[in-house]
Design a binder for this molecule. Structure first.
Ligand SMILES: NC(=O)c1ccc[n+]([C@@H]2O[C@H](COP(=O)([O-])OP(=O)(O)OC[C@H]3O[C@@H](n4cnc5c(N)ncnc54)[C@H](O)[C@@H]3O)[C@@H](O)[C@H]2O)c1
Length: 326
């Protein structure tokens, strides 16, 4: 058992809570810091927890003084792309000011390692279907801008201070822990898999945006990656830094694209339910195709996604969605 804490900011949220569970299972001591704005206490039952907003620097200093923290995993953010267009200041305030406040305290307390939740949104509308880390960073909405800005801030802090960091650019996180204890629970939900499951279970119509993209069936293609595979990548990234690896950026996806219609069909197959869809015009800033090239994470971090099959991802999400309903 390692005696130092890993501080997980945003650890009561969807991806954070799965990572926290994996850290605990791996024998790490974990401290969750979350303001519960969208996270849940049920997701971190029995864990060391400090209810705090990362923009509250004084409160963070108190926490960093109280615990011996060796590394930070930073998930805390506002995450809904459409909302970021309507209310950009909410995003710049939380995602940028929050990160700066956290970094100031990380610097003050000499914490050497940080893993940051970045996003495929930094690529905007990529030129090629399968995106590598050296593709141009050209976000097309405030949410993506905040992720790109934090990457820049980390690059400069990494050069100036004794901070080693990894930015993990997730593609579309999906699925839930097979235990059925934790899963995705956003309000409002904006992610496709839980939205389709909700439509199937509640018999409500699902809105599909864009059916005339230049893809095989006219709907957008995305890369779905299981939340536990993302969690595993965090642990590997931390180990990589502790072993002396240099600060870097990695894509995390399954390197396979599925269309919205294919996801609906898979949900229908897995659940035996039908999904009624309503067709709506494209949304601004939705790329037709967004698929990861994750070779770098595989070769450098030794990461290998275990859920490379869409059925399995949907099955775990379905198990969770049903238990949430009951
Ligand atoms: N879900 C995805 O598909 C996806 C894809 C790419 C990147 N990401 C990034 O991964 C991270 C986690 O995403 P998620 O889906 O788990 O989101 P989430 O909303 O479930 O989790 C975010 C957590 O951060 C907490 N939080 C927010 N602001 C805070 C603050 N100021 N102080 C303390 N806690 C705060 C929330 O209460 C919540 O528990 C985010 O940074 C998100 O941008 C997510």
């Amino acid at each position: 058992m390692n005696e130092e804490y890993i501080l997980v900011a945003g650890g009561a949220g969807y991806i954070g809570s799965h990572t926290v569970k994996k850290l605990k299972d791996g024998g790490y001591k974990v401290l969750v810091v979350d303001n519960l704005v969208s996270g849940h206490e049920w997701a971190i039952k029995g864990l060391q927890f400090e209810n705090a907003d990362i923009r509250d620097r004084a409160r963070l200093e108190e926490i960093f003084s109280k615990y011996d923290i060796s590394a930070v995993m930073h998930f805390a953010a506002e995450i809904a792309v459409p909302e970021s267009v309507q209310d950009p200041l909410k995003y710049y305030s939380n995602n940028i000011s929050g990160t700066i406040s956290l970094l100031e305290v990380v610097k003050k307390f000499g914490v050497k390692y940080l893993i940051f939740s970045s996003s495929a949104a930094v690529y905007g509308i990529p030129e090629s279907g399968s995106v590598k880390e050296d593709a141009p960073v050209k976000p097309v909405n405030p949410y993506g801008e905040t992720k790109a800005m934090v990457e820049t801030i980390l690059r400069d802090c990494g050069k100036a201070y004794k901070l080693n960091y990894v930015c993990l650019r997730y593609f579309n996180a999906a699925g839930a822990d097979p235990s059925g204890e934790i899963g995705e629970s956003h309000n409002p939900e904006t992610h496709l898999v839980p939205l389709i499951l909700e439509a199937a279970l509640d018999k409500t119509p699902l809105k599909i945006f864009g059916t005339d993209y230049s893809t095989k069936d006219g709907t957008c293609l995305r890369d779905y990656i299981h939340v536990n595979d993302l969690a595993e990548a965090h642990i590997l990234a931390l180990q990589y830094l502790k072993d002396g690896g240099k600060s870097d950026i990695f894509n995390l996806g399954n390197s396979k694209g599925f269309s919205v219609k294919e996801i609906i069909k898979t949900v229908e197959r897995v659940t035996g339910l039908t999904v009624e869809a309503s067709f709506n015009p494209k949304r601004d800033g939705d790329p037709p195709i967004l698929i990861a090239n994750s070779e770098k994470a595989k070769s450098v971090l030794g990461w290998e996604p275990k859920y490379d099959n869409l059925e399995e991802i949907v099955e775990t999400a379905y198990r969770w969605a049903k238990s949430k309903k009951s």
